[in-house]
Design a protein. Sequence first.
Length: 85
Amino acid sequence: MYPEESITESAQQATSKRLIDYLRIIRKWKWLVMTIAAIIFLTTALSTFSKIPLYTATTQVLVEKNQDKGRLEGLSTYIAWDPDF
């Protein structure tokens, strides 16, 4: 066995041990963490839904009849034909 391989294996074992330790700590305190998260979520939801909305917007669309005959009717007098174009 090469020395580099044993160093790599021991580093992987140390990393996996640290991960297992973290998971064990999370499993030990999971009910406390879940309770605190639920309290924060419920408090935020209740305060959000109980507040009066601050911003409101309204709009009104006015439709008027067009008194002109048409916008394109007088356009033909302004178009010039250029045979060299």
